[in-house]
Design a protein around this ligand. Sequence first.
Ligand code: FAD
Length: 559
Amino acid sequence: MIIDARQLPADFRLEADIAIIGAGPAGITLAHELMGSGLTVLLLEAGGKSPETTRLDSYHGDVLDLGRHPPISLYRVRGLGGTSTRWGGRCIPFDPIDLEARPHIRYSGWPLDYDELKPWYGRAMAYCEAGPFRFRAAEALGTSCDPMVPNLAGDDVAADALERFSPPTDFGKRYRRAFARSNEVALVLSANCTGLTMAPNGQGVEGLNFASDPDHRFTVKATRYVLAAGALETARLMLAAKAGNDLVGRFYMCHIEGKAAVAHFKPGTKVAFQYERDSDGIYVRRHFSIPAEIQRKRALTNVIMRFEPPVIADPCHGDPVLSAMWLSRTFLKPEYERKMASFGYRGTEAGGRRTLIAHHVRNVALGAPSLARFGMDWTFRHVLAARKLPYVAVRGKNGAFTLDYNAEQVPNPHSRVTLGGENDGYGLPRLVVDWRACAQDIDSIVAAHALLAEQLEASGNGTLEVDESAIREGYNATGGHHIGTARMAGDAGSGVVDRHCRVFGVDNLFVTGSAVFATSSYANPTLTLVALAARLAEHLRTTAETAIPEVAGMVEAAE
Ligand SMILES: Cc1cc2nc3c(=O)[nH]c(=O)nc-3n(C[C@H](O)[C@H](O)[C@H](O)COP(=O)(O)OP(=O)(O)OC[C@H]3O[C@@H](n4cnc5c(N)ncnc54)[C@H](O)[C@@H]3O)c2cc1C
């Protein structure tokens, strides 16, 4: 059943076995997995059926380093499906080493073995519609597929890993009908959680407060509560309610991304830089990675590098498609320019912005025929296709290939989110984000590039030109990857939730989403957070003490 909370009488009370706050990929997966469990579930979403990205007053907050971390009103979406209404669909599992306690990474180690997580990736692949769990080129593309680059000798860098792409699945659209049909799970829209009511001893949640607008409020009572509101809002709600220990909001991580290298290959060298399709028609993409034993030996974090289009903002690439993208996005989104700057491009020294625009316009004019061809192709393969070509793949001038990097960030208790002094329109304090990267993060990225440079050179086919200062000065927190604010640990002294995602010291409160990641890996978070949500569903199912027949009955009884 789907309810819009604005249609409920004011001061109404909803009841269920389990109340889940937030209907993004994490909340939707959890609620969906609980169908058929005999438990009644309320899936409570602040937004409506359509995504809201503007006028999100309650998402505004302070970011202390806006040069590196985007404003938190961006890269988050309110509404059914959460940020999956905007995501790129890149699906990558964590590597086993990501969950290990690594002596060279302080605070590393999950209270969960990779073998316990792995089976849940199967469910996650199905939810994300990303095909079979095949993340090696030979498994996905066949043993006779061409290598990413020929003759890459040595063991320091691997070139056989790949990323798979979801169509991308909009979790709201994809799973909405299942909720509409369900009598056990009620999806409640326009249900903005404004606070948790804690038991006087702080060891349990007694209820939740909601508002569909500042004058229309209602409450929810459940046996168990799950926060699935994204790592920022989850921490915000916990901090405001003083739920959990003093590690809530600490260890805040994003991935670190940037562009700092260009590969040059000998003419005729065959390089797999395009998006490819596996036998099921699913898009995949190769990347360079550092094998686990090399990470351990050289005390590195987990870093990958992959071919990406040249820095779009720099018109010297001469590509009409990239120039057209830059022109349209720059005028539409000032944030885009900030991000481009953080990708190492600082603009032209002479002439400034006008010269830059003129240069891009020239690229577009000179390349008009190829831009038109690209436009047709993009319309069919991206705009109209059910399974979309994820992004453009363009090589640079003279056979050069730009690489970007995605890197793990080491857990750091001083990188954190806290509450500020100002409240939003619902009376909830706004967040202050103090995101910090440390020398180890950046040194690992530099070292990974050096390893790739050595190995490429040894191949005899190419060289890698690395701009170390672009790494040291131009790194950037990935927008939309918010991680670690309620980290999982073996004990309350090291984290916020236990291995079953239950908040230490609060018997009936759970967290799901990337907030619980103890370390970040380099891998985009969604596949793993969906796997963890499916795992949590099993835990909630198998530990249920009560079961109330149907949520429909509960709502009617309350009326
Ligand atoms: C542009 C972009 C591209 C991305 N690309 C990728 C990618 O390629 N691969 C990948 O793995 N990840 C990607 N991501 C990240 C991905 O979108 C997130 O990891 C994922 O959406 C997180 O799911 P979630 O359910 O934890 O949180 P969200 O999707 O943020 O959903 C949280 C939900 O909770 C609701 N909520 C928040 N507060 C409250 C409240 N107080 N009361 C009630 N409801 C509340 C919100 O409205 C929202 O619907 C991308 C993100 C962005 C912005």
